[in-house]
Structure formats: C-alpha cells, structure tokens
Write a protein that binds this ligand. Structure first.
Ligand code: RUB
Ligand code: MG
Length: 428
C-alpha cells in the first residue's frame, strides 16, 4: 500500500475475520457528508487513520479497521426527524488492541470518533467480541452463582436495599436500618452511590458496625446476609478499603464503575480475586453515555464492558417499571447470561423506584435469576423499614410460590399495607 486515505477504510464486500472485533454504530452524517464518507471516517479515526492521506511502507503494520456494512435507517430516525441515520458495522483487527486493557480498547472504539465533525451524532450500539479479545479479560469471578452459593436462594431473586435518605444517616442509624432490613427478609444491605467515606458516616466505622448488625441478623433469622459497601475512591484508597472489607469478613464490595473508571475496576477485580470478594457494580453516570438514543455508548455495550472487566452484579434497570429511564433491560440481561467463551455470567440488578406491587411484572420480564433492589420501596413503607422489607420479601416469595400478591397479602399485613400505599403503579 503506497498510502492510506479515508477510502481505504470502507469496503462493502469485506468479510470480517473471526478474530475481528465488530462494532455496530448508529450515525447521522453531518450536513453535506454522505454516509459512506462518514462511515469510512469512523473506521479511520477509531483505528489508525487521520484527516490527511498518510504514507505507509516499511515499519508500518496495517491496523486499519474496515467499515463493511451500511444500513440506512430512514424514516425520521435522526434526532431532528431527518432521514440520514444509518447503522454501520466496522471490523477491527485483533492486533489493534492491547490484551486485557479496557481503556485502550475504548480509546479506539469509543474515543475521538464521539466528537468527529463528520457526524452530527454517533452511538456505539453493540459489539461482537472475538474470543482473543474477550478472554484477555478476567470476566466475573462468581457471576450469578452468588445467588445460590452465598444465599442459597433457589427459586427466588435475592433482595437488596439501600438505606434512604441516601446520605446523611449516622453510622449507628445506618447499621440499625441494616438490621431492620435484614431481619425483615432482605439478603443484602447496600450503600448508595454517593455514600463512601464522609464525616457523618466514616467508611471503616460503617463497615464494622454494619457487619456486627449483619451477624446479629444472621443469628436471628438463620439466613445468610451480606453487605454491599461502597469502596469507590481513588484506586489506591479503593484497594485499601477492599482489604478492610475482606479483613472484616464481608463477601462483597460495591464500586461505582463508571465514575471510578474501567482501569480502576480492573485493578479492584484483581485484588478481589486474591481476597475472594464479589463485586457489585453501580452504574451511576451511565445515562451521560446512553440516555440519548442517537449518541454515546449504549448501556448494552457498558454492560458488555462490565462483564469483561469482571463485575459479578450489575444494575441493568427495571424493564421500564421503575423511576429511571431504561434501555432494553431484558435484552441486556440475556446478553449477560449468554455463553462468552466460558467467561462467567453477571447477575443483573433491578433497581430504581421499585416496590412490592411491581414485583410480579418485573419478574415476568426479567426472570428470577436477578437481584431486586429497593430503597424508597422499603424505607418509605408506612410502618418503617422492617415492615417494608417484609413486604418486599413476601412479594418475591409469592412469585416463587406462583401466588398472586392479593392472596399473599391476606397472610402478610406488611404486604397489604405496601399495596394499599403504592398499588401497582410505577413512580416518577
Ligand atoms: O438508589 C437507587 C434506587 O433507590 P430507590 O429504590 O429509592 O429508587 C439506585 O441508585 C438506583 O436504582 C440506580 O439506578 P439504576 O439501577 O437504574 O442504575
Ligand atoms: Mg442510589
């Protein structure tokens, strides 16, 4: 090859190799740019090209990506109702990627191209991960096996709760709320995404006091209980917190994976393997990437990344039933369970505006191999946290027993009260 220009990054008859990473993008070309030119520029900028024609020759390894498929979406698919939107597929050679480095991969496939003037909008919709790239990552250490192995929850989802107000509770009150929730029937106490190590509730004190309440709740109920404590911080500090969690005898850590960053998650995953800890991934800030359907990185791809870097549980939404906007919870959950060259699966976590009255519809959509998480839907119960936890547990048990909420509510006053309070409506 004498030199490379944009045209060299488009070949509609190209047949990707099995080892290629194939990405699907949805693009809206800029004014005056045809879709083929835009597609070739996407492939170029995300692999080894730039705006100028480049010399090649000795000392050059051909690491070009190839745009090989273009499908016009038409019909007002643009944000402004225009007709230029297209879905394109780009194949990336395996050698372009540093094995086991998520930051490097993302600097290719979701890097400069997100701001290219050649497109008005661009969204990374989906990735087909080849074996070489996928297995250069650790994947989840436990995946959905935590449900059975930590909690022995055969036919029901595991339940988690996040104390509300989300920040501001003292350590003592936080631990008490945990006790009330655990003894009411939830399996996991969970920190909120913005609770880490603040003066009103320091990390280490919270860890120790909550686990003491956890032990008491286990004794009282005879059920295993655990705690998703939020270790999110700078990487070194996070590793210290992970060590503390293991030393105090907890099974999990929680990480805000998007705000923390994938490289740090990979580092935490390594330490968690040494210590035998599972990782609960909160996705706060994902919507900055995935909410606008024309632009960014889809939640589907963020979930794929989460699995590769090795989280065990991941928030994937409520199939449209809760308080937050959701992208294809059911399809994403299915992907998290599909075979991926032997990597473990991920346990999906449904959360955000859930309460007992939503449980049947939620589990009809997601199945029971999930974690159901409720904050307001437990602590906002008219009779308090303990009754709120009993109500959620009763709703889930009813589902496992193939009984209606109404029939279960006849024997569970807590569930009756929750249904009277919130009905089966989705909150906003
Ligand atoms: O605090 C909550 C839910 O509280 P509540 O039960 O009171 O709504 C979680 O942070 C959100 O579920 C995150 O959203 P997602 O799970 O969609 O990432
Ligand atoms: Mg929260």
């Amino acid at each position: 090859m004498a030199g490379i220009t944009y045209e060299d990054f488009l070949d509609l008859s190209f047949d990707p190799a099995d080892s290629d990473l194939v990405c699907t993008f949805r693009i809206v070309p800029a004014d005056g740019m045809d879709v083929e030119s835009a597609a070739s520029r996407v492939a170029s900028e995300s692999s080894n090209g730039t705006w100028a024609a480049l010399p090649t020759g000795e000392g050059f390894t051909d690491m070009r990506a190839m745009a090989f498929d273009i499908e016009a979406l038409g019909g007002g698919a643009d944000a402004d109702g225009g007709t230029d939107a297209a879905e394109i597929k780009v194949a990336y050679p395996e050698g372009l990627f540093e094995p086991g480095s998520m930051p490097q991969i993302l600097s290719c496939i979701a890097g400069n191209i997100m701001g290219m003037k050649a497109v008005d909008t661009i969204r990374l919709v989906d990735c087909e991960w080849p074996e070489g790239v996928a297995t250069s990552f650790a994947g989840p250490q436990f995946g959905s096996s935590v449900r059975q192995e930590v909690f022995g929850a055969d036919d029901r989802p595991i339940l988690a709760t996040v104390p509300k107000p989300k920040v501001g509770l003292s350590t003592e009150r936080h631990a008490e709320v945990g006790y009330e929730a655990w003894t009411g029937g939830v399996d996991l106490l969970k920190d909120d995404e913005n609770l880490t190590d603040q003066e009103f509730n320091p990390f280490h004190d919270r860890l120790v006091e909550s686990l003491a309440e956890r032990d008491a709740a286990e004794d009282e109920t005879g059920e295993p209980k655990s705690y998703l404590i939020n270790v999110t911080a700078g990487t070194n500090e996070m590793l210290e917190r992970v060590d503390q969690v293991a030393a105090e005898g907890c099974e999990y850590v929680m990480v805000d994976v998007i705000t923390t960053g994938w490289a740090a998650v990979q580092t935490v995953r390594e330490r968690c393997e040494e210590l035998g800890l599972a990782i609960h991934a909160h996705r706060a800030m994902h919507a900055a990437f995935d909410r606008l359907p024309q632009h960014g990185v889809s939640m589907r791809v963020l979930a794929q990344i989460s699995r590769l870097v090795g989280v065990d549980q991941l928030h994937t939404g409520t199939a449209g039933l809760g308080k937050l906007a959701n992208e294809d919870t059911v399809g994403i959950n299915a992907w998290l369970r599909e075979d991926l060259y032997g990597l473990n699966d991920v346990l999906p976590v449904a959360s955000g505006g859930l309460h007992p009255g939503l449980v049947p519809d939620l589990l009809d959509a997601t199945g029971t191999n999930v974690c159901v998480q409720a904050g307001g839907g437990i602590h906002g119960h008219p009779d308090g946290t303990h009754e709120g936890a009993k109500a959620l547990r009763a709703a889930v048990d009813a589902y496992a027993e193939d009984r209606s909420l109404a029939s279960k509510a006849e024997e569970s006053p807590a569930l009756r009260t929750a249904i009277d309070e919130w009905g089966t409506e989705t909150p906003r």
